[in-house]
Design a protein around this ligand. Structure first.
Ligand SMILES: Nc1nc2c(ncn2[C@@H]2O[C@H](COP(=O)(O)OP(=O)(O)OP(=O)(O)O)[C@@H](O)[C@H]2O)c(=O)[nH]1
Ligand SMILES: [Mg+2]
Length: 207
């Protein structure tokens, strides 16, 4: 399928917060109940409609374990968006956010759009971090924010979509240069040169 833009995303955060499950729910609409520890990085893609435009999101799911930190760091470069995930039932995963953000700022592109995700809202009886604290941290650090559940799928699509929409908005405002190699963005085939989009549409062929 054709798309207007390709956005490269990275998912970061402590081990066990549900990064791989968020990706699986987003790309495959299923939930993995067992912690299948990510070794290095995994990869997924999905084409979404963001502001009525087809956008391909290419996602790199990193390993949260400390031992893989140097590999993770090499993936920040060239990412247009990041999902920074913590587990609302484990306070330490929230306390480590500042460290993750520092890594992202140091190794990532300065224009990277970051969505903070408080995951596992289905476990509300075990909640250890309030929604207000998440909101506050996001506000102080200029991040988007959502609480989600990879288990029930609540707000999972929204987390990826809202990040993509923010990036689109910033391209339109001229804050992000989509033609810059390091922006983590590629202009898609359907946007090509001149009137190609209209030509394809009027000929009624090819998706
Ligand atoms: N109840 C509940 N469990 C979840 C949710 N998301 C993930 N889990 C569980 O949390 C555990 C860890 O999930 P993963 O997605 O593997 O965690 P990860 O962040 O990818 O961990 P690393 O790959 O080690 O960095 C698994 O047992 C999941 O089933 C959720 O939204 N709700
Ligand atoms: Mg994982």
């Amino acid at each position: 399928m054709s798309y207007d833009y390709l956005f490269k995303f990275i998912i970061i955060g402590d081990t066990g917060v549900g990064k791989s499950c968020l990706l699986l729910q987003f790309t495959d609409k299923r939930f993995q109940p067992v912690h299948d520890l990510t070794i290095g990085v995994e990869f997924g893609t999905r084409i979404v409609s963001a502001d009525a435009r087809p956008v391909k999101i290419q996602i790199w799911d990193t390993a949260g374990q400390e031992a893989f930190r140097s590999i993770t760091r090499s993936y920040y470069r060239g990412a247009a968006g990041a999902l920074l995930v913590y587990d609302i039932t484990r306070r330490e995963t929230f306390s480590h956010l500042a460290g993750w953000l520092e890594d992202a700022r140091q190794h990532g592109n300065p224009n990277m759009t970051v969505m903070l995700v408080g995951n596992k809202t289905d476990l509300s009886h075990k909640r250890a971090v309030s929604k207000e604290e998440g909101e506050q941290f996001a506000k102080e650090n200029g991040l988007l924010f959502l609480e989600a559940s990879a288990r029930t799928s609540n707000n999972v699509d929204e987390a990826f979509l809202k990040t993509a929409e923010k990036i689109l908005e910033r391209i339109q405002e001229g804050v992000i240069d989509a033609t810059d190699e390091l922006s983590g963005i590629k202009i898609g085939p359907s946007q090509g040169i001149g009137t190609r989009k209209e030509t394809v549409a009027s000929s009624g062929c090819c998706s």
